[in-house]
Design a protein around this ligand. Sequence first.
Ligand SMILES: O=C(O)CCC(=O)C(=O)O
Ligand SMILES: [Fe+2]
Length: 364
Amino acid sequence: MAQALPVKFKNLCNRTVGVWQDRSGDRESMHQLKPGATYAINTRPGLRFCVALDEGGGGGAGCERPLAVFTITQGRYLYAYDPREKDEATELPEPEEPVGAADASVLAAWLEERRQAAAYFETTGRHWMAHPGRVSPQLPMRAAERVGDELEVRTSETPSRSLQLTVVSTAPRVFVVKNFLSAEEASKLIELGRDRIERSSQRGRVSSSRTSSNAWLSRGSAPVTEVLFRRAADVLGIDEARISDDSSSSGLCEPIQLVHYAPGQKYDAHYDWSEAEPNSRFATLLLYLNEPELGGSTAFPTTVHTMEEPLALHPGAGGAVLFYNHLPDGNADVNSLHAALPVVRGEKWLANFWVWDPVRGQVA
Ligand SMILES: O=C(O)CCC(=O)C(=O)O
Ligand SMILES: [Fe+2]
């Protein structure tokens, strides 16, 4: 993972395509892209991806007849499929059906996006990974100046609690909160969702990179979910009224996602942010509801920190981890890459609490 390389794929044709990762003939569907859509991921030099027609929303052509094949190279971050550009290096068969260029408006927006991204790179040295229309966060971000810094938060509940946030990484900003919830609260949360968990998906698709099961628990489903929403708001420094999970009002949160991992189950390195729209998951609060016997930590493979190399955390039953998926300038944080390492022995129960900025969009 040390070589993690953030890249963007772009669809500049007039058809919906799929992006597949090709591991020596073993192809995994990564994402479906409508005309003009972008898909950003972290990958490694040398990995191969293919682009193929995929209008069925499922396996599609399975990349048997690719429109383009890309091998990731160090130093290149944009991989656009444009049918007007013939790739001389790889001799591909003609597509079964004609594929044309995307609309003029898509192509013009792409030129403008590239111009802005080049200007951003010029001033910051970073690639622009978020949606081109994304602005600086409206919500506050907890400061993380030095690893080991501590911050005390008093919760607004009765009786009030004192929670300690400890900085464990400055890029991305990651904090550990010990004793975020009691054993009783954790078991109530598990009981609320235990009978409803279903195989997890990733961006709407079942994927071999995320093998857990999960269920959704809305804020109003029980006294314990209400208390946890309020406490999460205090930890995040946000007014509890703003973090409602009611998507029809201005709620910024998703319902709590209760996740279960059996032995061997995991979630490979991924981002919680998305480049699909200007609004995105801004902050992630992970609640650890039990402690697996072995394995099941959350790893941050590309973080910049000094405590541990690489960073892998399980704060124990009742603990929480807060991290920000974005930078103060609005760009997505490529260092927020994280993974749920496989559970080796025992089981793992976790709750995801996602806060969006500037407004909640589609739950992937
Ligand atoms: O289980 C974990 O440790 C992390 C889960 C996660 O990153 C996710 O569900 O997005
Ligand atoms: Fe995640």
